[in-house]
Design a protein around this ligand. Structure first.
Ligand SMILES: Cc1cc2nc3c(=O)[nH]c(=O)nc-3n(C[C@H](O)[C@H](O)[C@H](O)COP(=O)(O)OP(=O)(O)OC[C@H]3O[C@@H](n4cnc5c(N)ncnc54)[C@H](O)[C@@H]3O)c2cc1C
Length: 469
């Protein structure tokens, strides 16, 4: 191992505070990971301040502990939007609970209540309220307009946002047109609203220049009904005729468009589409655009090679933002590969995925200023590691963006903002029906035994949480 001399001078951070420079040996980086992790853990809001969150956490704990409850909960959440009345909803709830082999006492009581019409109405109302409460934890509003007050409050607390318009897997052309129109409308209304917000220098500038206040995350599967792995060019062409006008609109407004990555069957088409559009002359100097790299994919290092090769060959101003995530479709990818007898494309050992995430973090941070880097994770170790590597490279804290999901990363978001880091919260907007797929994915994630949030909520000591994967 090569030991580098530790710099002893002090450098200003994005928050203007001074911090000691960090050396770059693996021991020095590990020491910094622990220091930053402990500092952030200290800045987490106390659970007593969020009684409803404590209740949610308890419900999640129960769901995580019991596979049968977990499965029943997911099936129930799936049917809620299709229920026509409270009575209907209660019947479904009682039906799902009835499937549980040895119902715990509250479950048996609920089944009993559902025996009468009045009981069913009461149970239905309670269940609807519960599902709505859970959805509102993750979804900031039904429209961009109703979401603006929430986004403005976040901004006032030093937190930027990216708005995600819910609605996935479009099946008709009119649905795709409607989604594109909603995205354009969101770009316009967010640009107008955010123009009146007070200055927040940490959120508005990094070493590469200005950062857009209005930021929208877009799903290509919602921009075309033709996105199929057997004919990717067809989907690419059809999505391009809706994505190009959105990029034009964003460029005119000075807004940012981030293209989410979905499951593997659309990944190549999505990347091909975005790189082809951004290579066009009219988009070389804007808008600010981002893509997503999924570290759970075994071939993600090669995918990063492809992205960096493209980014170096087509230097853009502003540089593209690469959001590094682990990946939200793990169960789907494993099941899909199993059904077809294909090799599993994702890591199957969580620690391997986490180690790859750290290796990709190092490569991405070293690739600046060709790209901007956003590390999207609720895992304190993954986040503290990115901060430590960034510091060891001599860069300012403000040259790294950290991103979290609304509802899952609220405490981390608050801690990061309190410590002066640039944090952006991904905020879904849409109705409950459109939000169901999203909600189920978040519930799955939150109650998985492999999840960092689950380990943290189960009281695993901080030192263990911050240990190298
Ligand atoms: C702002 C933001 C934007 C996002 N955008 C996208 C997006 O566009 N596309 C997308 O796919 N995801 C996206 N995600 C979700 C992300 O991929 C993760 O699902 C989520 O953040 C959980 O990872 P973590 O690092 O927070 O938590 P951790 O608990 O550290 O990691 C959980 C993740 O580890 C992986 N994993 C779980 N079990 C195993 C196993 N047995 N073996 C290997 N790996 C395993 C899965 O990816 C799982 O989601 C986004 C997340 C954020 C915060």
């Amino acid at each position: 191992m090569t030991a580098r001399i530790v710099a002893t001078h002090r450098t200003p951070s994005a928050s203007g505070r001074y911090r000691p420079a960090v050396g770059s040996t693996s021991e020095q980086i590990e020491a910094e990971v622990h220091r930053v992790g402990a500092e952030l853990a200290d800045a987490f809001p106390s659970p007593a301040r969020h009684p409803m969150k404590a209740l949610d956490a308890r419900a999640m704990e129960l769901a995580a502990a019991d596979l049968e409850i977990r499965a029943a909960l997911f099936r129930f959440v799936d049917v809620v939007p299709a229920c026509r009345s409270m009575d209907d909803l209660a019947r479904h709830l009682a039906g799902f609970l009835d499937e549980l082999p040895d119902g715990p006492p509250p479950v048996l009581a609920a089944i009993k209540v559902a025996d009468t019409r009045a009981g069913r109405a009461a149970l239905g109302a309670a269940a609807a309220a519960g599902v709505k409460h859970m959805a509102h934890r993750f979804i900031v509003g039904e429209t961009p307009g109703t979401a603006v007050p929430v986004l403005r409050r976040l901004w006032a607390r030093g937190i930027a946002s990216s708005v995600d318009l819910l609605g996935e897997a479009t099946v008709t052309e009119p649905e795709a047109d409607a989604y594109a129109a909603r995205c354009a409308d969101a770009l316009r209304s967010l640009s107008a609203a955010t123009a009146r917000w007070p200055e927040r220098p940490t959120l508005e500038r990094d070493g590469s220049g200005g950062l857009a206040r209005a930021n929208v995350s877009v799903k290509v599967s919602a921009l075309t009904p033709l996105l199929r792995p057997d004919a990717p060019e067809l989907g690419e062409r059809d999505a391009a005729r809706r994505l190009a006008p959105l990029l034009r609109e964003a460029k005119a407004l000075g807004a940012h468009v981030h293209i989410d990555t979905e499951s593997l069957d659309s990944r190549e088409a999505v990347l091909g589409l975005v790189l082809a559009l951004l290579t066009q002359e009219e988009f070389r100097d804007g808008p600010s655009t981002g893509i997503v790299l999924q570290a759970y994919m075994r071939d993600s290092p090669e995918q990063l090679d492809q992205i960096l090769e493209w980014a170096s060959a087509h230097e853009r101003t502003p540089p593209p933002v690469i959001r590094l995530v682990k990946g939200a479709y793990w169960d789907h990818e494993v099941a899909e590969a199993g059904q077809h007898g294909w090799p599993v494309p994702v890591f199957e050992v969580k620690a391997e995925c986490d180690r790859n995430f750290e290796a990709l973090t190092r490569r991405l941070l070293a690739a600046r200023p060709t790209v901007r880097v956003a590390i999207a994770s609720h895992n304190l170790r993954s986040v503290a590691h990115a901060i430590a590597v960034n510091r060891s490279s001599g860069a300012d804290d403000g040259d790294l963006e950290l991103q979290v999901l609304r509802g899952l990363g609220d405490d981390l978001q608050d801690a990061l903002a309190a410590r002066g880091f640039r944090v952006r919260t991904y905020c879904p907007v849409g109705d409950l029906v459109a939000g169901m797929a999203y909600l189920v994915r978040r519930l799955l994630e939150n109650t998985s035994n492999e999840s960092f949030l689950h380990a943290q909520a189960s009281g695993v000591p901080l030192d263990e949480l911050l240990a190298p994967p």
